[in-house]
Design a protein around this ligand. Structure first.
Ligand code: ZN
Length: 316
């Protein structure tokens, strides 16, 4: 077996997973709120609690993998974490040493680990080159090249901050027109509000009492699922933005499959077919080149923790 821990925005999930992918034990803790920097002490304590909880359920000498939302160096140190500032700079190997009791620890970026799970046991299984996108507040991604996860110096695959519109909206990262301002869950919400302010999404806005500012991404996906033509047209737009970024990435990586998961995973039938159609028009010589399949992720919220356990088993 191997242990996988995924540190998310609000909770930390730990799993003990066997080689067939079966989850044998589960533990959950709240992610410590990111207040003042503490070198990762609160985070280390919370992860240690998760590991102790798992050990209590199923004592093992298994290697431990941990996924973190940020830039991880040397498989142990979190050097940059915009959504977990208090832990920035934390050396997980030192912080967790007391609870590891000699077990191997490997730490990696959470989106990379979700990609590893999809490649080894999910929707990208069998493809030597794959791109795995996590569409949520932003866009996370993991790159599989020649069957292996590519992390570069640590942050390869931060594709959400590719600039797709130089005059586009400001991104929290400081740049303008990043891909994730358009093709993520929050991007859909932004596209929807803009459309509503411009007088589109009429029946949806009417249903919300007439205030276009109240329109959220979920309202659009619900309306589209019910057949509202304007909502369907907005999801077609989301599909175009998704396809335009994928087309850029195809120029660099040329994967045979692109897997889409994250917060929007549950509604991929509403926009993936459109993205596939738009991708065909955006790619050079698309009628002559091997097709690129766009697929929904096989793993849901546990992708990161499962990937962390796989990573631990493979590198330990
Ligand atoms: Zn950005």
């Amino acid at each position: 077996v191997a242990v996988g821990v995924d540190v998310g925005g609000s909770k930390i999930l730990g799993l003990v997973v066997d080689p067939a992918g079966e989850v044998l034990a589960r533990a959950l803790r709240a992610t410590p709120g990111s207040s003042s920097p503490d070198g990762g002490e609160a985070l280390g304590k919370a992860i240690a609690e998760v590991l102790n909880d798992l050990d209590g359920q199923l004592s093992s000498t298994a290697a431990v993998g941990v996924g973190l939302p940020g830039l991880v160096i040397g498989r142990r140190r979190l050097v940059y974490a915009p959504h977990l500032r208090s832990a920035q700079g934390a050396d997980l190997a030192s912080l967790l040493a007391p609870v590891l009791r000699g077990r191997t620890l490997v730490v990696a970026n959470d989106a990379d680990l979700a990609a590893l799970a999809e490649h080894r046991a999910g929707a990208a299984c069998g493809h030597s080159d794959a791109l795995v996108l996590t569409l949520g507040t932003g866009i996370g991604s993991g790159l599989i090249v020649d069957g292996e996860l590519r992390v570069g110096s640590g942050f390869a695959g931060e594709v959400g901050h590719m600039v797709v519109d130089v005059d586009g909206p400001r991104c929290p990262c400081g740049a303008r027109g990043c891909w994730e301002r358009f093709a993520s869950g929050s991007g859909l919400g932004r596209l929807a509000r803009e459309a509503a302010m411009a007088g589109r999404l009429v029946s949806l806005v009417d249903g919300l009492g007439g205030d276009p500012e109240l329109v959220r991404g979920e309202d659009v996906t619900t309306a589209a699922a019910a057949g509202d033509p304007e909502a369907c047209s907005l999801l077609d737009e989301l599909g175009w933005w998704l396809a335009s970024g994928i087309a850029n990435l195809v120029c660099v990586l040329d994967p045979s499959v692109v897997v889409v998961g994250g917060g929007l995973a549950g509604v991929t039938p509403l926009f993936l077919p459109a993205a596939e159609r738009h991708l065909a028009t955006l790619l050079e010589a698309s009628a002559l080149r091997p097709a690129i399949e766009l697929r929904s992720a096989a793993f849901g919220a546990e992708a990161g923790a499962v990937g962390a356990s796989i990573f631990a088993r493979e590198v330990a």
